[in-house]
Ligand binder design. Structure first.
Ligand code: NAP
Length: 246
């Protein structure tokens, strides 16, 4: 198993890509910390993880709240002694064209999708530095490569995530810590629920593979990047989009 006994914290793991990633990591033998806002979803993901070959526990933590993240890391180290991988996956959308976008819409997306990634990584980095090993994986987006209509806030955050990843790859590479970004295209999760069906169908048409992605297809990429098979992959930005941007 690729991730046998590796300890991984996954944010936004209550549903969508985060849940699929937690289950994939557990299937590959990892011990998973399921972080999200909603206790019910956390319990569901923990249950799914425990049905595999891995182990899991849940922790309610808000990526905006550094002290709740520090408590989560302390609980992880107390239980399993280390943190091998952090998957910064939690994210939201609050779309509007620039002329209509409120300051609150801008700030809320930056606070979770950008500063939340900084907060979580700050919370684990000293543990990884002490171990002289670790992998920091981050959900960016194809919107973090090309921008998108109605997503000034989201694009700013997802471009920013790529900037932080490249910085961490430089700062931490010699300390045995790798940092990488994954850029999903359009993946069938609730985050797409505000997009009208006819727009979704049009988006599918633009994908060379002719369909939306599945959460498991992003999860598989995170799992490979977390594994020792990706031991020389650092500072990379990997698209999982069915070829949407070509
Ligand atoms: P999702 O189904 O909406 O899941 C996101 C999870 O993050 C939810 O469980 C959510 O909880 C949680 N979350 C939100 N705010 C949080 C906070 N402050 N602290 C902790 N957890 C929080 O979204 P997804 O589609 O799986 O997306 C996962 C990641 O991939 C996001 O970063 C997203 O931007 C990125 N991505 C997705 C797509 C796509 O097409 N699906 C494409 C490109 C990139 P609540 O529901 O309670 O808010």
């Amino acid at each position: 198993m690729r991730l046998q006994d590796k300890v991984a914290i996954i944010t936004g793991a209550g549903r969508g890509i985060g849940q699929a990633t937690a289950v994939k990591f557990a299937t590959e033998g990892a011990k998973v910390v399921v972080c999200d806002l909603n206790q019910g979803w956390i319990e569901e993901t923990v249950k799914l993880c425990k049905e595999t070959r891995g182990d899991a526990f849940g922790h309610v933590a808000d990526v905006r709240d550094i002290s709740s993240l520090e408590r989560m890391v302390a609980a992880t180290v107390a239980k399993w002694g280390r943190v091998d991988c952090l998957v910064n996956n939690a994210g939201i959308v609050a779309d509007a064209q620039l002329k209509n976008m409120t300051e609150d819409q801008f700030d809320s997306v930056i606070e979770i999708n950008l500063k939340g990634v900084f907060n979580c990584t700050k919370a684990v980095v000293n543990t990884m530095l002490a171990q002289q090993s670790g992998v920091i994986l981050n959900a960016s987006s194809i919107v973090g490569l090309s921008g998108n209509f109605g997503q000034t806030n989201y694009a700013a955050a997802k471009f920013g995530v790529i900037g932080m990843v490249k910085t961490w790859a430089r700062e931490l590479g010699r300390k045995g810590i790798r940092a990488n970004a994954v850029c999903p295209g359009f993946i069938a999760t609730t985050i797409l629920s505000t997009i009208p069906d006819r727009v979704l169908r049009a988006l599918e048409e633009k994908v060379p593979m002719g369909r939306l992605g599945r959460p498991e297809e992003v999860a598989n990429t995170f799992a490979w990047l977390a594994s020792d098979e990706a031991s020389y992959i650092n500072g990379a930005v990997i698209e999982v989009s069915g070829g949407l941007t070509i």
